[in-house]
Write a protein that binds this ligand. Structure first.
Ligand code: PMV
Length: 314
């Protein structure tokens, strides 16, 4: 029996833009996906007991199956692998937008490595999980699997020429409370990413300046995070939400969650991840503000995760 885990993540700045080489900022959260893997004779069988995973659409199940096959191939375990019994659980809910797919891929890759007594470095786990992410995201940037593998608060820049991505740790004076609100809508990241690509191609005059703005925003956000100026960081988060709306990846539920959070005093709020459903993140320093915002969102009938950014990496 092999075991493994991967961090959930929240993208603070730059989702979608990162796919096109614009820098992004991502933080692991202190919730993980955990996997247990046992060799079996016949087929791949997944028991998914993650909170929220029942809402997983049939489409996601197919993507999950494809992602596991991609990992097995990348780990050179074909053709003699037989079957696998995979159990998935952990504290990370299966909400879209929290990197649930990447966290589970990292967990499964680590568990497979342990079950087959393979010595696999974290860098290799990251590469295997990137391969798995292609099943979910089509043309992923790699930001999710990087956060899921290494944890921490990271600056991420995809190398569009295919070389190594730029990954740098950002220091945060202390962990800060956030609230994640789930729209309950299972979003299709692949379709969202393709939609942005398509619209950027057909309307470059609108899109190229927005991408430039996203770049400047990420650079400024990094400075303000390092200065621990949380009010400024919050302001920039809200500006980032505006950019994401402009590129067509928000939806009325996400906009509503952002408004509720800001109305309750959150320093800033935005959609996080692929959008089109999935989750919103609000910056709510201190337990009291976090609770106030979380309760307001729950009172509106949405599920919430109370967590922190800037938790220590593995
Ligand atoms: O929805 P998630 O948690 O899988 O996040 C996707 C992030 C994107 O920037 C939209 C895609 C990517 O590969 O970076």
């Amino acid at each position: 029996m092999g075991k493994g885990s991967g961090f959930g993540k929240v993208i603070l700045f730059g989702e979608h833009f990162v796919v096109h080489g614009i820098p992004g900022i991502v933080s692991a959260i202190d919730s993980t996906a955990n996997a247990v893997v046992k060799k079996s004779i016949e087929k791949i069988d997944v028991t998914d007991e993650r909170k929220g995973s029942k809402g997983y659409a049939k489409e996601k199940k197919l993507q999950q199956f494809e992602s596991i096959n991609r990992m097995i191939k990348k780990m050179n375990l074909l053709p003699n692998i037989g079957g696998l019994n995979i159990w998935l659980g952990g504290s990370l809910p299966g909400f879209s937008g929290l990197g649930a797919s990447a966290a589970s891929s990292v967990a499964i890759a680590r568990a497979i490595a342990e079950e087959f007594a393979l010595s696999v470095s974290n860098q290799e786990i990251n590469e295997i999980a990137f391969e798995a992410e292609k099943a979910y995201a089509g043309n992923p940037s790699g930001i999710d699997n990087t956060a899921a593998t290494f944890g921490g608060l990271l600056w991420f820049e995809k190398n569009l020429a295919g070389g190594p991505n730029k990954i740098e740790e950002i220091s945060l004076k202390e962990p800060v409370e956030i609230v994640i609100g789930s729209t309950g809508i299972v979003a299709n990241t692949k379709a969202m990413v393709e939609g942005v690509e398509e619209r950027k191609k057909t309307d470059p005059q609108k899109y190229i300046p927005l991408f430039q703005e996203a770049k400047v925003l990420a650079i400024n956000a990094r400075k303000e995070i390092q200065n621990f100026d949380l009010l400024k960081v919050g302001e920039l988060l809200s500006i980032n939400h505006g950019l994401l709306r402009d590129i067509g990846v928000s939806c009325k539920e996400l906009d509503h969650l952002v408004d509720v959070a800001r109305g309750q005093g959150a320093y800033g709020a935005k959609l996080t991840g692929g959008g089109g459903g999935g989750c919103m993140v609000a910056l709510t320093p201190g337990k009291n503000l976090q609770e106030k915002v979380a309760i307001a969102i729950e009172n509106e009938g949405f599920e919430v995760l109370r967590t922190k950014i800037g938790v220590k990496r593995i």
